[in-house]
Design a protein around this ligand. Structure first.
Ligand code: BES
Ligand code: MN
Ligand code: MN
Length: 461
């Protein structure tokens, strides 16, 4: 079955305008992590709301203690029809290092069918294709088969701290029967994919304080405990020789993975050598005895994200640093709880910290892992819609990244979540030269347009 002609034609006719609008969206540097961009982030929220209004929804920008939450509503299907919520984020990661971009990060540029810009794939481009799919339905047919909510947040890239409370205090507004998210990637070009899991996150800062100030390493070294060495010792206890995380109790809550999902994973054509080369790493590592996809999608980790101590400038300086700091984050899998991991991490660091320094662990942010129950009409509709638009049956994949709010949707709203993403491997999300495949944008937009039809015929749950 092809994409319905009326929707396809509308999107084709308005192609140039849609692209122009997308470029305008991507020009707004809505970097949530940087306060100097707060006005831009607020502007992106307003832009998102205007775009929803143009599509035929009503939209409200809700202020929070952080960046605004945008809610779009179309309830024309009536109170007895199901309601489907689309989630996305309009904030982006910082674009630095700017000099490594081939074209400027906030000047969208198409080269070789790829749209280069910060936020192109993560996530403005993917959120925008949802808005345009809704616009097509409402413009061409004046209606949708179900009620629609669009929830766009501006803090995903900094941990979504204010979104869970917003959801909890707006359960009447946000009550829904299903959630749809496009904020992930396809397994390969031309291969539509449905996500079956996301890892969670527990992010820490470890500070080690030694002497009150930097000291002469000749006059004091050997007698005063060196905080950089103390931190190195602490970090060295985080894994054992087989690559397992060695924090006592870390794996206690890890749930066995469904044998069918594991088998599907093993059947995917994954080339570890290609992955290694793309990562630009001399060799792969990690937990012994596991395939790369198993490591990335089904196993928890503990990684150092940054290190700071002592003299790092030009030449040599003989100094015994006063302090050392590390940013350490754990990716979590079902059913690990970020709060419990925080407790275990703090207890572990306290027990291994060498005498003569003070080690403190601060929890910066966290999010729960998530796993889909792939049965039901929501997933059936997604399979049909993706097969229609891409001409190929979707595969089931996992994901190593995190979208903190997904677990909350399932717990607080009690709604199943569908993750269908249109990124591609090597898309450079969070890195210089982030890109979105224009073909995926075009076909993805049609897939989502078809999905609304499929939800109308097959039901939501
Ligand atoms: N869209 C990503 C999540 C993701 C990453 C999906 C890779 C598929 C593949 C999201 O915007 C993201 O970057 N999440 C952060 C969460 C963190 C900032 C709390 C992540 O995974 O690091
Ligand atoms: Mn994202
Ligand atoms: Mn991201």
């Amino acid at each position: 079955m092809p994409v319905p002609a009326d929707l396809d034609q509308y999107l084709a006719t308005h192609d140039a305008r849609i692209q122009r609008e997308l470029f305008e969206y991507l020009r707004i540097p809505s970097v949530s992590a940087r306060s100097e961009h707060d006005a831009d982030t607020a502007r992106a929220a307003e832009w998102t709301a205007d775009s929803l209004r143009q599509a035929g929804l009503t939209a409200t920008v809700h202020q929070t203690a952080g960046h605004p939450v945008v809610v779009g509503e179309w309830r024309g299907a009536g109170p007895s029809a199901p309601t489907v919520l689309v989630y996305g984020h309009y904030d982006v990661q910082p674009a630095e290092p700017l000099e490594l971009w081939t074209s400027p990060a906030f000047e969208p540029t198409i080269r070789d069918g790829r749209l280069y810009a910060r936020g192109s794939v993560d996530d403005k481009g993917q959120l925008f294709l949802h808005i345009k799919a809704l616009e097509a339905h409402l413009a061409v047919r004046g209606t949708l088969p179900v009620n629609v909510l669009v929830l766009a947040e501006g803090e995903e890239e900094v941990g979504s701290a204010h979104l869970a409370p917003f959801i909890a205090s707006h359960t009447d507004l946000l009550r829904c029967d299903a959630v749809i998210i496009s904020d992930s990637a396809m397994f390969a070009p031309g291969q539509p994919s449905i996500l079956s899991s996301l890892r969670g996150l527990a992010y820490f800062q470890i500070d080690v304080q030694g002497p009150a100030q930097d000291l002469h390493s000749g006059s004091y070294g050997g007698a005063v405990v060196n905080p950089a060495m103390a931190l190195a010792r602490i970090l060295a206890t985080l894994h054992d020789a087989t690559g397992r995380v060695a924090i006592p109790g870390f794996y206690d809550a890890v749930d066995a993975w469904d044998a069918r999902v594991l088998a599907q994973m093993k059947a995917l054509p994954f080339d570890a050598e290609h992955f290694r080369a793309e990562a630009g790493s001399p060799a792969l590592g990690g937990e012994h005895g596991r395939t790369v996809l198993e490591q990335l999608w089904t196993r928890p980790t503990c990684e150092v994200n940054g290190l700071l101590s002592g003299y790092t400038g030009e030449g040599a300086k003989t100094v015994l640093p006063a302090k050392a700091m590390a940013k350490v984050s754990c990716r979590l899998v079902p059913d690990q709880d970020p709060a419990e991991i925080e407790r275990l991490m703090k207890a572990h660091v306290a027990s291994v910290a060498p005498a003569g320094v003070v080690a403190t662990v601060t929890h910066l942010h966290g999010g729960r892992p998530w796993r889909a129950d792939l049965a039901g009409p929501l997933y059936d509709a997604a399979r049909r819609a993706l097969a229609t638009a891409f001409g190929r049956e979707p595969v089931i994949t996992g994901e190593g990244g995190s979208i903190p709010v997904v677990g909350d949707f399932q717990r607080v709203l009690g709604a199943p979540v569908l993750l269908v993403g249109f990124g591609l491997p090597g898309e450079n999300a969070h890195a210089p030269d982030e890109w979105l495949s224009m073909e995926n944008f075009t076909v993805g937009m049609r897939a989502i347009a078809v999905l609304w039809d499929e939800l109308g015929t097959g039901g939501v749950r």
